[in-house]
Design a protein around this ligand. Structure first.
Ligand code: ADP
Length: 879
């Protein structure tokens, strides 16, 4: 809320609070005043009306008294009797009649004046007008038969004589009195209880007109309206303001008469503050019936005039209210300013504060509470300023910390990414290079060995060949280790748990090492815990490699004394301890010997090894979920201990060795197989294997040739190496698939990388299946059989004809060979000693012709690594 709004709100609230009662009070006062005024005006009128009524009533009361008095006077009785007799005797115009008449004048005139009457008349019972003070035309006439027999007067005289009652005629113009409105009071005169005539007092309207015209208390618009009923008509008997000459002339039908007069003529009395008069004007009227006259009387005053004080009071009230409203508004503005100014200042200060300006001070003004509020605000802002400054410092410190941490993290992430990228690049590079190096190295070593058999070589050449051989062997071992390390680093090495015979594995390793140790003049001791389980679950391949690494090192770095292996069970874990009495390792070297490529001085001086053996061993132990440790005393020997979980397992059921495929079934068609492989040796190997089974085989060296050959030769099946020069396997597969008939041919990928190629990528390129190198004959044939729906002939179908078994590398079971023999073969293979292998095979041939054949093939294509692996593991394992 801003200052303007507070101001407006407060102003509105003040005005509402102040003006609402004021206006309400004003209205209520006017309302009360109006009611009181109406009441007063009405009461006034009623009083005036009653007063007029009393005046008229009294007037008639007096007149009745007068006439009753007169009628009972003896002089009057005598006058009637005497005048009547004289009228009879001499007539009214006789001198004696006149004398008698004049003799009456004095007393009659004084009576007339005392009552302010117009005339006094004596009439005998025959209707003769015997006497008249005024002596107008009616004197000496007969009312019953004379010229005025039709007047109200004549009628009422007769009535008075008949009923013997005093009566009064209504006001009406009377001809003998120049048609002035006149009324007569008539009273019978009795003599000896018998009527002798009547006495009549004539009075004119003038006597009463003053009552009607008296406007005292009636203002300017007020008047007294009198009217009498005349049959179905009403005759107004008083002068009217709005109608000229109305008195005794203005006649209207009763139905059209104004309401107040209607009420009055109906004998009612009452009043109304707002009622229409004869001129349809709104009036305040009071009405009453006048029984003496049988008239209605309405006293009225125009509402406008009657309520004029109200209008004036209204104007005055409005003026007063207006002045008060202005004054209150000004006061409200003033007070709301006083109230809101400090508040607005406070709000402005608060807003400043939200903009982090804490030095702002609110000026303490206005009422005490607001001044206190401003002071409290100032205290609070000062405190906030303190806190904010502290907070700002803390935030700045925190920001700096966060920034530094973020920078450090970013640097770390960058470094990690760079390291990972470098690591990946290194792994890929090493893997590729290892693979590329190993194949030609096999050839170098193979040809070096062939050369060794050449009798024409000199001793010097022999010695150089030995150097080539030794260096080559070292290089091969190095490459194999590098390959293993790069696989581990790339996370491609997985633990493959299986049930295996721990005792057999230990025996074979021990046999191998014993040979080496003894050939060096060392004593080899093997100590096995009695509780050792026979079969365990674990990765036999990794375990064997760790053991051989440690034992080989022990032999390698021990000049004299002994090498000892101690194996014991610790629950589900097996603890292996390899100790020697060799040179030992300096304490400074201990933490470093597990680093890749690290060799101690003595180790390097040996000229053997790569510095990778312990690294690989530690990684394998870690992968298997175990720990490895070393302790050494320089000059006395070293002890390597590793413990890995190897839970005991049931002995595996003896399964029949898988039957060997020896050819296509007789009813199978001739199948054309194209082998696309850039590596000569591999290409030849596959060609040899497939031809032996009975396939029609063609070979090409790159993808382009494969595409061409597909078009000309139309093979049913293509083995496609994925890495080839000119055009790789991916492109060639896609190209073939795009050719007519390219969808029908079955294509299987051959992958040779140390890493598994992206299977999805290979299948997406259009291959139906894939096989990892080195080529396993049985797997090769299975893929083709599955894809083409082929049926084969198996070895167990051809009993007793072992000489027909084809050469094979896969699923060969070497467990039938003695461990010594296998160790010898493995060592010869590791040293790439083809001569020695051949010599051993010569011994093997008679009893194990198929093993001899298979090993010979590998030796011929320089795959010493596979031979070594086969001999060490007992069974050929894929790489
Ligand atoms: P290498 O191929 O050199 O043997 P390793 O990783 O197996 O590589 O060993 C690393 C180094 O540790 C060796 O160079 C050697 O100096 C030292 N070493 C390993 N085992 C022993 C041992 N039993 N006695 C003395 N030194 C050893």
């Amino acid at each position: 809320m801003n200052g303007g709004r507070i101001h407006a709100w407060l102003l509105a609230a003040f005005l509402l609070l102040a003006l609402a009662p004021l206006l309400g009070g004003g209205w209520y006062f006017l309302h009360i005043y109006e009611n009181a005024l109406r009441e007063t005006v009405a009461n006034n009128l009623v009083q005036i009306t009653n007063k007029k009524y009393d005046q008229i009533d009294r007037f008639f009361q007096e007149r009745y008294n007068d006439i009753t008095l007169l009628a009972n006077r003896t002089s009057v009785q005598n006058a009637i009797l005497e005048l009547s007799q004289l009228w009879q005797a001499q007539g009214p115009h006789s001198p004696s009649y006149q004398r008698l008449s004049e003799s009456l004048d004095k007393s009659m005139l004084s009576f007339l004046e005392s009552g302010d009457y117009y005339d006094l008349l004596l009439i005998d019972k025959g209707g003769n007008v015997l006497y008249s003070v005024a002596r107008e035309a009616d004197f000496a006439t007969n009312l019953f038969s004379g010229p005025y027999r039709d007047t109200h007067f004549a009628e009422d005289v007769e009535t008075a004589l008949n009923l013997l009652q005093t009566g009064q005629t209504i006001f009406a113009p009377y001809a003998p009195s120049q048609d002035k409105e006149a009324s007569f009071l008539i009273s019978p005169v009795l003599h000896d209880g018998k009527p002798i005539g009547v006495v009549a007092l004539q009075f004119n309207w003038d006597r009463l007109a003053s009552v009607a015209t008296d406007r005292t208390g009636l203002g300017t618009s007020g008047e007294t309206v009198l009217a009498q009923k005349d049959g179905d008509f009403v005759l107004y008997t008083s002068p009217l303001q709005h109608i000229e000459n109305a008195a005794f002339r203005y006649r209207i039908p009763f139905a059209e008469v104004a309401v107040p007069m209607k009420h009055a003529l109906s004998g009612q009395s009452g009043y109304s503050v707002m009622i229409a008069d004869y001129a349809r004007q709104s009036t305040v009227s009071a009405w009453r019936y006048l029984p003496a006259l049988r008239w209605g009387m309405v006293v009225k005053i125009d509402t406008d005039e009657a309520l004029a004080p109200l209008r004036r009071m209204q104007q005055l009230t409005v003026a007063v209210l207006f002045v008060l409203t202005c004054a209150i508004s000004l006061l409200a503005i003033y007070f709301s300013r006083i109230m809101t100014k400090p508040l607005i200042n406070l709000i402005a200060a608060t807003q400043q504060m939200t903009r982090k300006n804490f030095n702002i001070k609110a000026t303490p003004t206005g009422p005490r509470e607001l001044r206190e509020l401003a002071a409290a605000f100032n205290q609070m802002s000062a405190r906030l300023a303190e806190l904010y400054t502290g907070l700002e410092i803390k935030v700045r410190e925190r920001d700096n910390e966060i920034l530094a941490r973020k920078q450090a993290e970013a640097a770390l992430i960058e470094a990690r990414d760079a390291a990972e990228a470098a690591n990946r690049a290194k792994s890929v590079f090493l893997a590729n290079m290892s693979h590329e190096l190993r194949t030609p190295l096999n050839a170098i070593l193979g040809f070096a060995q062939i050369l060794r058999r050449d009798p024409s070589l000199t001793d010097e050449q022999h010695s150089k060949l030995e150097t080539i051989n030794r260096s080559g062997s070292h290089l091969l071992a190095l490459i194999n280790d590098v390959l293993e390390i790069s696989r581990i680093e790339a996370g491609r090495t997985e633990v493959q748990n299986e049930v295996f015979s721990l005792t057999e594995m230990l025996t074979s390793a021990e046999d191998m090492i014993r040979l080496r140790a003894e050939s060096k003049g060392l004593h080899f001791a093997s100590l096995r815990d009695g509780e050792l389980p026979r079969y365990v679950v674990g990765d036999a391949h990794h375990l064997r490699q760790i053991l051989l690494n440690l034992l080989s090192n022990a032999v390698k770095y021990t000049a004299q004394g002994s090498v000892r292996l101690h194996v014991q069970a610790e629950g589900d874990n097996i603890r292996f301890e390899v100790s020697d009495t060799g040179a030992g390792i300096a304490e400074a070297d201990l933490p470093r010997i597990f680093q890749a490529f690290y060799q101690t001085e003595k180790g390097a001086a040996q000229g053997e090894g790569t510095g990778l053996g312990l690294t690989i061993s530690r990684e394998f132990v870690r992968l298997m979920g175990g720990t490895i440790d070393v302790s050494s005393e320089p000059g006395k020997g070293s002890t390597f201990v590793f413990t890995v979980p190897l839970p005991e397992a049931e002995a595996p059921a003896l399964s029949a060795p898988p039957s060997q495929v020896i050819g296509l079934a007789p009813d199978q068609p001739t199948v054309r197989v194209l082998v696309a492989e850039d590596n000569n040796d591999n290409r030849e190997l596959i060609r040899l294997l497939l031809s032996n089974i009975g396939f029609e085989v063609k070979t090409v060296e790159n993808g382009q040739q494969a595409v061409d050959c597909f078009q000309t030769w139309r093979p049913w099946f293509i083995w496609m190496d994925m890495r080839m020069p000119v055009m790789n396997g991916y492109e060639a597969t896609k190209a073939i698939r795009a050719l007519p008939g390219g969808n029908k041919v079955k294509i299987a990928a051959l992958t040779a990388s140390a890493f598994r190629e992206d299977k999805d990528g290979i299948l997406a390129a259009g291959c139906d299946d894939m096989l990892a190198k080195p080529v396993d004959e049985q797997k090769l044939l299975k893929v083709m059989g599955d894809q083409l729906g082929l049926r084969y002939r198996y070895a167990d179908e051809v009993s007793g004809n072992a000489s027909e078994l084809p050469r094979s590398n896969g699923a060969l079971d070497l467990s039938t060979l003695s461990p010594e023999l296998r160790a010898e073969l493995a060592e010869a293979a590791e040293l790439l000693d083809a001569e020695k292998i051949k010599a051993i095979l010569a011994h093997l041939q008679p009893e194990h012709p198929e093993i001899a054949k298979a090993i010979r093939i590998w030796t011929e294509v320089y795959r010493f690594d596979l031979v070594a692996k086969l001999c060490r593991n007992g069974q050929a394992q894929p790489e």
